[in-house]
Design a protein around this ligand. Structure first.
Ligand code: SAH
Ligand code: MG
Length: 199
């Protein structure tokens, strides 16, 4: 298992696949263990690195992970099999914005780690599948240190992307239903929790 993880890290490096940073994945794994998370939904599987580590972080945790890129999806399936985690990880090959999830399933943790420009859309769609006390965790909110500095970016594409992330952070900060905490861990992580009604 440890060797497979190292192999994945090397594969990601060689193929420029943005898997979670060490600190970030350690945070997720600890969160899952400490909060008895059972059902995880991940948006953006890539090669299955974070899905595999999340699924192995506790005995009863199950992960559904969505990936739209066929090459990554195939690689993910292969890695899940190699790790013997087929019964804990369900890999879905589809664009997350087009997926129809069963309305009966509630997730304790929804992990958003796909196209940065669509973060808000993912949040707005998948919040309805969150268990009452569940959390939505988002990765890459610092985006390699560019976030907060979009004014100084010259490349148009990069600037637009960073502006999208900045707008997503605003969206989280002003969200009436969710309370969000930001952590300076890995590439920047947020944890959003439903505000509890004070009655
Ligand atoms: N969570 C992974 C890394 C994911 S990288 C890890 O840490 O190991 C982001 C992935 O999201 C890419 O593989 C990309 O193809 C996928 N992606 C981007 N937009 C998507 C969408 N709308 N639906 C499904 N997958 C998407
Ligand atoms: Mg990421």
């Amino acid at each position: 298992m440890k060797e497979l993880i190292l192999e994945m890290e090397e594969y990601a490096k060689a193929h420029n696949i943005p898997i979670m940073q060490k600190e970030g994945i350690a945070f997720l794994m600890k969160y899952i263990k400490n909060n008895q998370i059972k059902n995880v939904l991940e948006i953006g599987s890539a090669i299955g690195y974070s899905a595999i580590l999340m699924a192995s972080s506790d005995k009863d945790v199950k992960v559904t992970t969505i990936e739209r890129d066929e090459v990554s999806y195939m690689e993910c399936l292969k890695n899940v099999k190699k790790c013997g985690l087929e019964n804990k990880i369900n890999v879905v090959f589809q664009d997350a914005l087009e997926v129809n999830l069963s309305e009966k399933t509630e997730y304790d943790l929804i992990f958003i780690d796909a196209a940065k420009a669509q973060y808000r859309k993912f949040f707005e769609k998948f919040q309805y599948f969150l268990a009452p006390k569940g959390v939505i965790i988002t990765d890459n909110l610092k985006f390699h240190g560019y976030v907060g500095k979009s004014d100084t970016i010259e490349s148009k594409n990069l600037k637009q992307l960073v502006e999208k992330i900045e707008a997503y952070i605003d969206f989280l900060n002003t969200n009436e239903e969710f309370e969000t905490k930001f952590y300076d861990i890995g590439d920047g992580i947020s944890v959003s929790m439903r505000k509890q009604n004070e009655k």
